[in-house]
Design a protein around this ligand. Structure first.
Ligand code: NDP
Ligand code: MG
Length: 397
């Protein structure tokens, strides 16, 4: 049989490297079509030498020549492209599987391009569903693409849903509720009075997962869970009233589905992204992922609790945006990206992230998103409001 061709958008990131790690365990089964990075040219060069893609994409012309130089003779017939056009070309290069693992709004256009191609999309870039859920799911329906979630919670839900699950009418499948688990992040037990002072390094030191910096901060504010609630509503066609969050510090139960007969199905595994990645790469088959099996007796116990909305207002803001619908989640996402980046640059205190998002949501009128141009206008306006709020917060310090 022919090898399955795979394109990885965001190959140099945490998800991208885990995906390549799983693929390397199955030589002959997968062949890399395209790898995209942005600034990490050293790592992309290493990946190109090892996986021999047909195509590699980087941020700009300078990065492209740096990659060519690093590869030297090893460049061989690897085509090197750059910029947004290069990304779109890679996303539309007709691979059987495209892993969408660019971080943030930058991942939207390439993900939509891959969806239009109609293959299998493994979605890690949750921001694109939060920004453009309706447009994204319409595009999936139109092209007939197979959309599989890589996010561990959504992959868990996918595994716990019945085979005949209907996205349009989940209740008919007997599903009454979806519960997303949250680790609670590095500040789960931090008193409110200390949150003002926490540093980017503390925020990025997640107790259970090793991830990129942006999603690590999102996990610390619980905005990651908020984005995931919105992501789940689009992926599974479930409204806010049927989506709950439960704090589970061990990150062993990755999410649960409740049924009308009282059954609750959970997916469990060690917190290692190679499990959901292997699931989606191999689906409907199961692939070996290099992951340590669960030792239940060694674990001894699993704990569950309610999220603290007082200390972590971002989760409530995400529910608010989901309920408002239309452009509100796009505003939430844009303001969050600006606020997180300001926090990482030490221009905004940790507790300012929620304040900036709240301001952006208050200032924006909720409209219907008719297309990608309308979306980009909303995104741009929300970023301007957020940057003003960040500048005011900085001036007040
Ligand atoms: P990383 O920061 O580790 O990686 C991001 C990737 O995107 C890198 O390859 C980076 O390239 C590339 N990139 C960054 N900016 C741009 C840009 N403007 N244009 C093109 N490419 C760009 O992030 P993660 O892997 O942690 O996360 C990726 C996505 O997956 C996020 O949406 C996140 O929410 C989601 N996700 C991540 C999980 C995890 O465990 N890490 C779990 C669930 C979801 P370079 O580094 O070369 O500059
Ligand atoms: Mg997740």
């Amino acid at each position: 049989v022919d090898a399955v061709t795979v394109t990885i958008l965001g190959a140099t990131g945490s998800i991208g490297t885990s995906a390549l790690d799983v693929m390397a365990r199955h030589p002959g089964r997968f062949r890399v079509r395209a790898l995209t990075g942005h600034r990490n040219i050293g790592l992309l060069a290493q990946q190109c030498r090892r996986f021999r893609p047909e195509l590699a994409v980087v941020a700009d012309a300078q990065a492209a020549s740096a990659l060519r130089e690093q590869l030297g003779a090893a460049c061989g017939d690897i085509q090197i492209l750059y910029g947004e056009d290069g990304l779109e070309y890679a996303a539309g290069s007709g691979a059987d599987i495209t892993v969408a693992a660019i971080v943030g709004a930058a991942g939207l256009r390439p993900a939509l391009r891959a969806v239009a191609d109609g293959g299998r999309i493994l979605l890690a870039n949750k921001e694109s569903l939060v920004m453009a859920g309706a447009l994204f799911m319409d595009a999936v329906a139109r092209s007939g693409a197979t959309l599989l979630p890589l996010d561990s919670e959504h992959n868990a839900v996918f595994q716990c849903l019945p085979g005949n699950f209907s996205r349009a009418r989940p209740v008919d499948s007997g599903v009454t509720r979806v519960l997303l688990t949250a680790s609670g992040g590095p500040f789960r037990a931090t008193p409110r009075s200390e949150l003002e002072q926490v540093t980017p390094e503390q925020a990025c030191a997640h107790p259970n997962w090793s991830m990129g910096r942006k999603i690590s901060v999102d996990s610390a504010t619980l905005m990651n869970k908020g984005l995931e609630v919105i992501e789940a509503s689009w992926l599974f066609g479930i409204d806010a009233d049927h989506l709950d969050v439960v704090v589970h510090p061990q990150s062993i139960v990755h999410s649960l589905v409740e049924y009308v007969d009282g059954t609750m199905l959970a997916q469990m595994s060690n917190p290692d992204m190679r499990t959901p990645i292997a699931h989606a790469l191999g689906w409907p088959e199961r692939l070996e992922a290099g992951v340590t099996p669960l030792d239940l007796v060694g674990l001894g116990r699993l704990d569950f609790g309610a999220p603290d909305h007082d200390r972590f207002p971002c989760l409530g803001l995400a529910y608010q945006a989901l309920r408002a619908g239309g452009s509100a989640p796009a505003v939430l996402n844009a303001a969050n990206e600006e606020a997180v980046s300001a926090f990482l640059d030490q221009c905004l205190p940790f507790t300012g992230i929620a304040t900036v998002i709240e301001t952006a949501l208050e200032c924006a009128e909720t409209v219907d998103l008719t297309g990608i141009d309308a979306l980009l206008a909303v995104d741009g306006a929300a970023r301007r409001v957020a940057r003003d709020a960040i500048a005011r917060a900085g001036a007040a310090q």
